[in-house]
Every structure is written in structure tokens, then in C-alpha cells.
Design a protein around this ligand. Structure first.
Ligand SMILES: Cc1ncc(COP(=O)(O)O)c(C=O)c1O
Length: 460
């Protein structure tokens, strides 16, 4: 049994709402350690089965390929490696050195750059490492604001604040859901930041980096691009090419539009002097010790598969997002940025204020096995009551959906939100529709089940 408690935490004018699920004891049948293990196994299986029968539309998630899963679930998980290939602090790394070297080489090839570090264990850890490398406490930085789609690690209440850096937010154009280039130039000249950070968690359109290149040169700042959301699109030659648009360093998660393991990456062309050693030291010993070697192997597999299938996958992901946005718009939803074609990425944002807000809509959709997240929109006054939902096309694309399937996806969403059909009824239609999309595509071993995992037979 669980009880929900809503708690508000005030952080210098920014209010966070946390809903904690309080665990109030094991079920009656779960008492011994053996029963607890069985309970966790069963619950994990329930989760797997639920996702198999659901529409996974969270914009930051994806499914691994079979080959990536195979190496992920290996002895590499049990090992330690600190330092770099050939320069380790432990023995036992002979094969690990080979895997990590292959992974870095693939990253340099896929992202067309001189340098890659694959040791950050998540996107946030990669961001911390870049912060360690590029800014000191007291330095000034510019970034996209939280309610405009910036990530928490770009904010005072996240990694940026932890580093003691002083942050300033770019002026944001709500109509285009992008930074305002002229206002941004003015801000950069006024603030003269040590580091100018770009990239968003709600990322519909490319950042106008080319327009800003002269201003970057004028003030001599380090330009950092957080590609967590759009890394797979960049790898597939879509969205934008930040290293060719004036960016010094890119950080990212490797498990969103890049359909790899939960991990992080840093890439650069090392234009700025001292960048290589600063980034290496930022990662280790800066913010990591061991770097999750099974994930490095899975990332190597993902990058090799991206080299093969990445363009087709990125292309279809964006086509699907556009088709989904159009289909939702045709069903009466207030999809953001219609005049600009809704989106150029994997993400679609819908204002659902007229349907009791993002939280209510996301919960109703979850009851129908449609998984999306509530999202703050730039005009929201109340940070605990977001008026939007964010929808991502990257996982359903990986499962083989094409543009013409987006009509059905939007119809299912509409059944719950517009037509107020009971979510439990819609759930049956979702299950039925999803039956045709449970296998992984754009990878080797194509067509293997995405949500079936090997298990030991029987109860403990
Ligand atoms: C822009 C951006 N940066 C960083 C992160 C953090 O990534 P991770 O969850 O891998 O730590 C996210 C997560 O969604 C993000 O949207």
C-alpha cells in the first residue's frame, strides 16, 4: 500500500513540488527475504509487460538493441576501471581497454570530431564534468531558463549552482519556442559570460548558433551545447551540427534519441587550448571513479549501429514527430508552434490547460497505458501546475511506427483527452494497437522483442 504526500520546497523563488510515495510495508504475503526477492522479480516483470502493452511517449527514453543488451548484461558490469585505456589504476582491464578504445573511436567518427570521452555515467554527470573543466566558482554563465525548456543541471538549483557559477538566462521567444537571437546577442555582450551554454529538455527547433558565432568570437567565451535530447538526431545528420556552428564542447545523454544505454558522453574538436586535459580531468577524477563498463560496451554497440542505421532512424523520428503534431492539431489539440511546422525534432508540445492541465492529462493518459509527461510552458506562473504535456516520437519510431501510424496514436490520445472516453476502456485499444509494435528496429538482430528479458524459470 502506498500513500501520496505532496510537499513544497522553496528554493530562492523557485518552488518545487515533490510527490513522495510513502512505502507503508510489504504486502501480507511478502515477509521472508526469499519472498521479497520474488516480489521484486514479479514487480519488474509487471513493469516489462506493462511497457510492452503501452505507448511509450516520454521524450527522453528509448529501448536498447538486442546486441547492446547482450553486452550490457555481462561480467563487465562487475569490474572497475579508473583512468584511460592503457593507463589504468587496476589490473584486469585488458579487454575493457579494447572496448573503451573502440567506443571512443566510433564516437569520434559518428560525431565527426577529434575528441570523445565516454566515461560520464549520465548526461548530468557529463554536464558536471564540463562545468569542472570550463568554469570556476564565481564565473558567469548563460543558459536557457527552466520554464523555457532548460534542464535542471543548467540552473542554480542544479549542477550550475553546485559549481558556484552565476547563471543568466537568455531571452526566449514564446512564439518560436527558441531563444531570441538579437536579445541573446545583447545579453552575451552585457554579461560577458565565461561559458555560454545552449541546449534544452524541451527542444523543438535548432538553436540559432550560426547567428551568434560572431558574438561568441567578440567576447571570447567557451560555447557549450548540451545535446542530451538531440544527440541521436545530430549523429544522424539532422537537427543541427553544433561543432560546425561555433560550439567548443558538446555533452549529452546516450539514451534518448541516441538509443543507447543510460550513460553520458563528451565530444569536442579541441579548438580551445587545454580543452582535452581539462575535460579528461573534469570526468576523472573530477566527477567519476569507475565508469560503468557494461554501459561503455553497450554504447560502443549503439554507436556502431548508429553508423549503420542512424540517418534513417533520425529521419523517421522527425517525420513521425511532425506527423503526430499535425494529427493532434487536426483533432483540436493546441499543439505549440503550428506556424513553424510544430517541430524539427523528436518532441511535440501540447498546451492542455483547457483540459485541466498537464498533470491531470498525463495521469489520465497513463491510466490508458499512454505514457507522457507533464511539462512547464514558458507562460506558466505556477511551477507546480504545468499547463503542457511533452510527447516524444523516438521510442515508437524505434518500434517500427511510421507517419501513417501517428493518426492512430493521436486518436488514442484524443479518445482520453478530447472525447473523455474512460481511460480503462481506451487501454484495451492501446494494447491491441501496440501488439503490432513490440520489436526493435534500426539495429542488428532487427525484429527481436523490445520488452522481453531473459528470466530464470519459476519461483525461488
Ligand atoms: C538537456 C538535458 N541535459 C541533461 C539531462 C540529464 O541527463 P541524464 O538523465 O542522463 O543525467 C537531460 C535529461 O533529460 C536533459 O534534458
Amino acid at each position: 500500500m502506498r500513500a501520496a504526500i505532496l510537499c513544497y520546497e522553496s528554493t530562492r523563488g523557485c518552488v518545487l513540488a515533490n510527490t513522495f510515495l510513502m512505502f507503508d510495508g510489504f504486502p501480507d504475503t511478502v515477509k521472508t527475504s526469499r519472498e521479497i526477492v520474488q516480489h521484486v522479480r514479479n514487480t519488474t516483470n509487471q513493469h516489462n509487460n506493462w511497457f510492452k502493452e503501452s505507448l511509450p511517449l516520454i521524450a527522453s527514453e528509448n529501448v536498447l538493441s538486442p546486441a547492446a543488451r547482450e553486452v550490457m548484461n555481462s561480467d563487465l558490469h562487475n569490474r572497475y576501471a579508473e583512468g584511460l585505456p592503457g593507463k589504468r589504476y587496476y589490473q584486469g582491464n585488458i579487454f575493457i581497454d579494447e572496448i573503451e578504445s573502440v567506443c571512443e573511436e566510433l564516437a569520434r567518427e559518428v560525431f565527426r570530431c577529434k575528441f570523445a570521452d565516454v566515461r560520464s555515467v549520465s548526461g548530468t554527470v557529463a554536464n558536471l564534468a564540463v562545468l569542472m573543466a570550463t568554469a570556476k566558482p564565481g564565473d558567469k554563465m548563460t543558459a536557457v531558463g527552466l520554464s523555457d525548456g532548460g534542464h535542471i543541471s543548467h540552473a542554480k538549483i542544479g549542477a550550475l549552482g553546485l559549481r558556484g557559477v552565476r547563471g543568466h538566462n537568455y531571452p526566449f521567444d514564446r512564439k518560436t519556442m527558441n531563444i531570441d537571437p538579437e536579445g541573446t546577442k545583447r545579453l552575451l555582450r552585457e554579461v560577458k559570460p565565461k561559458v555560454a551554454l545552449f541546449g534544452q529538455s524541451v527542444y523543438l527547433f535548432p538553436t540559432p548558433l550560426k547567428d551568434l558565432q560572431d558574438t561568441f568570437a567578440e567576447i571570447g567565451c567557451t560555447v557549450w551545447y548540451d545535446a542530451a535530447h538531440v544527440l541521436g538526431l545530430i549523429a544522424g545528420n539532422r537537427f543541427q551540427d553544433p561543432l560546425r556552428e561555433g560550439v567548443d564542447v558538446i555533452s549529452g545523454s546516450t539514451h534518448k534519441t541516441l538509443p543507447g544505454p543510460q550513460h553520458g558522453i563528451i565530444i569536442s574538436d579541441l579548438v580551445k587550448e587545454g580543452m582535452e586535459s581539462a575535460l579528461r580531468r573534469g570526468v576523472f577524477p573530477g566527477v567519476t571513479s569507475n565508469h560503468h563498463l557494461h554501459s561503455v560496451a553497450a554504447l560502443a554497440v549503439t554507436l556502431a549501429e548508429t553508423r549503420e542505421f542512424g540517418e534513417a532512424y533520425a529521419d523517421q523520428t522527425i517525420r513521425n514527430a511532425k506527423a503526430l503534431a499535425q494529427a493532434l492539431h487536426e483533432r483540436g489539440f493546441d499543439v505549440l508552434c503550428e506556424p513553424n511546422g510544430f517541430t524539427e525534432s523528436h518532441t511535440v508540445v501540447v498546451d492542455v490547460e483547457d483540459h485541466h492541465g498537464g498533470a491531470k492529462v498525463a495521469k489520465s493518459l497513463e491510466d490508458a497505458n499512454i505514457i507522457v509527461n507533464k511539462n512547464l510552458l514558458p507562460w506558466d506562473d505556477d511551477p507546480v501546475r504545468p499547463s503542457g504535456i511533452r510527447i516524444g516520437s523516438q521510442e515508437i519510431t524505434r518500434l517500427g511506427m511510421k507517419e501513417n501510424d501517428m493518426a492512430e496514436v493521436s486518436e488514442l490520445i484524443s479518445s482520453v483527452v478530447m472525447k473523455s472516453r474512460p481511460p480503462t476502456e481506451v487501454k484495451d485499444s492501446v494494447r491491441e494497437f501496440k501488439r503490432g509494435f513490440t520489436k526493435v528496429h534500426y539495429c542488428f538482430f532487427e525484429g527481436e522483442e523490445a520488452y522481453d528479458y531473459p528470466t530464470y524459470d519459476g519461483e525461488l
